[in-house]
Design a binder for this molecule. Structure first.
Ligand code: ADP
Ligand code: MG
Length: 399
């Protein structure tokens, strides 16, 4: 990675202004139901505290739509954070993001102390990337650290604007994400195989276009594979299809032929007579989907072919489930990919999973620890795989 990181700064006596992604799920009683994102930021915070800095944290939480929403205050997070950071001298939060009180509190911090600012998206200026807000935030620290990979595709005041007014470096989570994703994308060990799935082809066109020129094989599954099958003239019953994307599917198939990349589509499918876990279901060739039935997973023959293609791969990137994995009768294809990736990792491959639902599927499979890198950023990883520049990364200082 050619960006400076927190290792490049002498932190003694400095105030670090750190953008983290504490956008955690809360239940109705404002109890955190999954603290993965808080834990993911700990290495950076610990490093800063351990090297003599005080730390001012900022994050968004949910979608407050530019105003204060009581249920979206970051207060529940500070309790969990202080439990996870026994080494901190003090962990406090404040009910404002910028302004006099924030400034006074930030300036009073001693080395080893942590302050969590209020939800950045309560301020309408955040998402507008307003420069005044960026300057107000910049006053709260000496050096800006971006560790919120999951928000790096947004040019907001706390992710991009603020970095125009302070020295700006990457945190450890950001560094790990960029190394894993760019490493696989730009400097892959071959064979390089990608698996693309998910609901809609329209969400993944950019990713497929960018990957086709780089990979040795591209395996397609999920609802989006249906539009490729439609492009080949098959009748797909009540399957999810996007007729408006048939042209694009054609173009991608032609593009694959023009490159050395193999494009694999499902040859069989698990079909159901309703979109329900209780529906009747059976396996058919993709040429034989009856009216009134719908494809909800790739079939065993396709699973076998995809496993074969993943065997021996040295780099694998996966985005998008192979089926409606949320319902157990249609989770097999997705679990098989997770399993194949775990085995490839064991055999020395670099394996990367990105995308909110794909990551959820891998977590659900219990195989997460056997994958080289699981991205914490759904949208950000997708934009990176599309070959787009992430504003929150571009603005960081080059090495
Ligand atoms: P990610 O979040 O990993 O990028 P997507 O959001 O693109 O993935 O797609 C995930 C969704 O796609 C899941 O909710 C899954 O149920 C759905 N899906 C997968 N296969 C099918 C299918 N054959 N028909 C309808 N929905 C599907
Ligand atoms: Mg998703």
């Amino acid at each position: 990675m050619n960006k400076k990181t927190i290792r490049d700064i002498d932190w003694q006596g400095k105030r670090a202004l750190v953008r983290v992604d504490f956008n955690v799920p809360l239940d109705d009683n404002e109890v955190i139901t999954d603290d993965t994102r808080i834990r993911a930021a700990l290495p950076t915070i610990r490093y800063l505290l351990g090297n003599g800095a005080s730390v001012v944290l900022m994050s968004h939480l949910g979608r407050p739509k530019k105003k204060v929403v009581e249920k979206l205050r970051l207060r529940p997070v500070v309790g969990r954070l202080s439990e996870l950071l026994p080494e901190a001298q003090k962990v406090t939060s404040i009910r404002v993001t910028t302004g006099e009180a924030a400034l006074a509190t930030a300036r009073s911090l001693q080395p080893g102390e942590v302050l969590l600012l209020e939800n950045t998206r309560f301020d309408p200026r955040e998402e507008a990337n307003d420069d005044e807000m960026a300057q107000e935030l910049a006053q709260l620290g000496d050096v800006y650290v971006n560790d919120a990979f999951g928000s790096a595709h947004r040019a907001h005041a706390s992710t991009e604007g603020v970095a125009r007014h302070l020295p700006a470096v990457a945190g450890f989570l950001m560094e790990a994400e960029l190394n894993a994703l760019y490493g696989a994308l730009e400097n892959p060990q071959r064979p390089f195989v990608t698996v693309i799935g998910g609901a809609k082809i329209s969400d993944k066109i950019g990713v497929m276009e960018n990957l086709l020129g780089r990979v040795d094989a591209l395996l397609v599954g999920g609802g989006m594979a249906n539009t490729f099958l439609l492009a080949q003239g098959y009748r797909l019953g009540d399957s999810l299809v996007e007729p408006e994307s048939v042209e694009i599917a054609h173009t991608l198939i032609e593009k694959a032929k023009a490159t050395s990349a193999r494009l694999l589509l499902p040859t069989d499918a698990v079909i159901a007579d309703a979109f329900s876990a209780e529906a009747q279901h059976r396996v058919v060739p993709v040429t034989d989907v009856p009216d009134g039935w719908r494809i909800l997973d790739i079939g065993p023959e396709s699973v076998g072919a995809y496993q074969e293609a993943l065997k021996g791969a040295k780099t694998i990137i996966w985005n998008g489930p192979m089926g409606v994995f949320e319902m157990s009768p249609f989770a097999r294809g997705t679990l098989a990919i997770a399993q194949a990736m775990a085995e490839a990792t064991e055999a020395g491959a670099t394996t990367v999973v990105g995308g909110g639902d794909s990551v959820a599927a891998v977590e659900q499979s219990g195989l997460a620890s056997k994958i080289s890198h699981i991205s914490t950023g759904g949208g950000a990883s997708l934009e990176l795989l599309e070959g787009r520049t992430l504003p929150g990364v571009a603005i960081l200082q080059d090495r």
